[in-house]
Write a protein of this length. Sequence first.
Length: 453
Amino acid sequence: MSIASELPAAEAPASASTKYSALHAWGVVLFLMVLLTSSFIDRAILSLLVKPIRADLNLTDTEFSYLAGLAFVVLYTFTGIPLGWVADRWSKRGLIAGGVAVWSIMTASCGLANSFWRLFASRVGVGVGEATLSPSSYALIADLFPPERRARPLSVFTLGIPIGNGLAAMIGGSVIAAIAAIGPVDLPLVGVTKPWQSVFLIIGLPGLILALLALAIVPDSKHRVAAHEEQQPSFGAVVTYMWRHRDVYGTLAFSLGCFAIYGYGGNQWFPSFLMRVHGLTVAEAGLFFGASVMGMGVIGSVFAGWLGDRLTQKGRLDVLSATGIPYAIGMIVTGSLGTICPVEWLSLALVSLSGFFSLTWAGVNISVLQTVTPVRMRGQVSATYLFITNMTGLGIGPTAIAASTDHIFHRDNAVGLSIALVGTLSMIAAIAILLLGRRAIERRLMAVSVQGA
């Protein structure tokens, strides 16, 4: 049974791609990428602040990892599902703009925290705000582009991940070093702030400008949804549909979730690896890691998107595994070997190359997700999918690496061994999932191509 036959015909209104020019559509994609970049800067800056926050709040690596993983992922994932429901029914533009404002304010509020629990609460707030962006963006981009041309714009959107992580490391490292040289600052209405607190204030508040720009740039989909409001599927119907096709959605969500374990975990702890093992300063580690993540990440994302669309246009149904498995192998060869290699120059070279493979395959995975999902379900399905991928990646990655350092290797400078251990296991799991789910994905794409979604 095809997707179309399982839903009323009105479930598939005319694509928004017929209403907007290619230039307009790509302009929206680029702006959404800027928003994702901003969100990852706010999210990733924490990786450069391990030392001062641990010192001020007296934390272990494992306790610190809760700020990077658990605090963010709890409400990021749980609020994502109801927000996906909202995205399917009301204005995606308003939802995105409101989310940007929330995560920007909550990032700034991290700069007011003077205890572990206050910082934890602020990081939870950041997660709530950022949960609005991806489900709405996936659905908007899927509306703007046909399936055979969808991997590239979605890959461009996900460029926000390496660019955000890269800028956070590059600019953040320099800003942290400069602010640390100045020392504590007495701010009006705020009081005395330590250098790491000032960093959060500086990177958080400018995001409010992006929230205003979102209202002007992002197209409003509310008019398109309103005409078919009575046919909007309930969340129960969405869950039932996903469960019926659990082999498809499970393959998509858990394969990317395994990539996210390495991606999020590595991004959190690679800077500490550079500082603890190779003796780089925070500014040097930020510049090196940021430049490699951003440079190689952009190339890796663009190539993955090009390859995904190329294979789809050739009629290949194995696009997910044909792109995902080589990227997983590449991550093991570069990231894992790089962190255990005893030759310094080779270690640094491999770690820098790992940015090509780290989460840059996400656009192809998301493209397949949108293709196999009915239009009216895309917001809720995307949110449920993100719930799984982020609970897996953010919930496991940073903490598993920290726990390995604390409880298996028992020394701070063994963080490279922890990255290699957790990362390699996650990539092996991703390869196994892609191989096991390959036929299910191919059957579903065949059904969509023959009967239409």
